[in-house]
Design a protein around this ligand. Structure first.
Ligand code: BJW
Ligand code: ZN
Length: 254
């Protein structure tokens, strides 16, 4: 069991509003590869060949092949101890928001209720011409280059490099960052913008910033509390502290 610094425990006691800002590392223990770092997929594949609109138009079959492969892995995966503990925070705090860069739906499957998805969702697709949505979780398009009934190409609803983030998700994330008392920055290298502005904004508005990562990142120098290790091991321990705080409060009231 981790032991946490008293200042962090004190913040947990007083907090009413909590944001979890998550990245690929929170799903690593579910068997989904991260992008960067030693096991990152970008070590094998170049983002400019797959994760942008020009690449898709040049070679939609290749981009679709990659997404079908990832869809399969995600479909077979399950939320891990970190996703589950994060969802459980809802039982102890009134205002819990998950702002995720992930497209894998694992926070939703773990039971988190308020989730803002900054980079889209791999279970959704849409036609680039008429914008009709094609949402099939198991999505087995018969074609290697799926087309809409209007003739337009269907693409995954993922935010690629050079594309705008969904406005509603981003502005709701900004609002959550501005009002939260604690922001947990979990399993992200925090190098992709504008998503990486969210923890900076929370900090600027006075939130206590707790980072959980295997290693130091771009954001570590700003963290009030850095917890180095696996999210799936650290979060259940934080949740134990929360449960203890709540049961002591209950005893004191009785
Ligand atoms: C664990 C763990 C465990 C492991 N426990 N921890 C130059 C400077 C600044 C900005 C730019 C620039 N050039 C271009 C830009 C803008 C660009 C950008 O930020 N680029 C930077 C990379 C340089 N951003 C954009 O293009 C964005 N749009 C935009 O800016 O629009 C405005 C605009 C419009 C028009 C013209 C110009 C501007 C869009 C960004 C979209 C990002 N999309 C992707 C999708 C990829 C495709 C796909 O998913 O299919 O989103 S990229 C990829 O990175 C993905 C992720 O969500 C995102 C963030 O990655 P994340 O989650 O942080 O993962 P990793 O792998 O980096 O880190 C994992 C971490 O976990 C590591 O730290 C591990 O240690 C840790 N970890 N296991 C705890 N068990
Ligand atoms: Zn169409």
């Amino acid at each position: 069991m981790n032991s946490f610094k008293p200042e962090f425990i004190e913040k947990l006691k007083r907090a009413e509003s909590i944001v979890f800002f998550t990245g690929a590392g929170v799903s690593a223990e579910s068997g989904i590869s991260t992008f960067r770092g030693t096991d990152g997929i970008w070590n094998r594949l170049k983002p400019e060949e797959l994760a942008n609109f020009d690449a898709f138009m040049r070679n939609p079959e290749r981009v679709w092949e990659w997404y079908q492969y990832r869809k399969q892995i995600i479909h077979q995966s399950k939320p891990n101890a970190a996703h589950i503990a994060i969802a459980e925070f809802q039982n102890y705090f009134n205002d819990v928001v998950v702002v995720t860069q992930n497209v894998d739906n694992l926070h939703r499957r773990a039971g988190s209720k308020v989730i803002y998805e900054l980079h889209g969702n791999i279970e959704r697709n849409y036609c680039i011409k008429c914008k009709t949505e094609y949402n099939q979780p198991d999505l087995s398009f018969p074609d290697k280059k799926p087309k809409c009934k209007c003739g337009g190409l269907i693409r995954p609803d993922i935010v690629w490099f050079g594309e705008m983030l969904p406005e509603d998700q981003f502005s709701a994330s900004e609002a959550a960052a501005q009002r939260c008392d604690i922001i947990f920055v979990v399993g992200t290298s925090a190098v992709v913008y504008p998503a990486a502005q969210i923890p900076l904004l929370a900090k600027r508005f006075g939130a206590y910033l707790v980072e959980i990562n295997l290693e130091r990142t771009e954001i570590s120098s700003l963290a009030d509390c850095s917890l180095l290790g696996k999210a799936g091991e650290i979060f259940p321990d934080i949740l134990k502290e929360v449960k203890q705080i709540r049961s002591t409060e209950k005893l004191n009231r009785e």
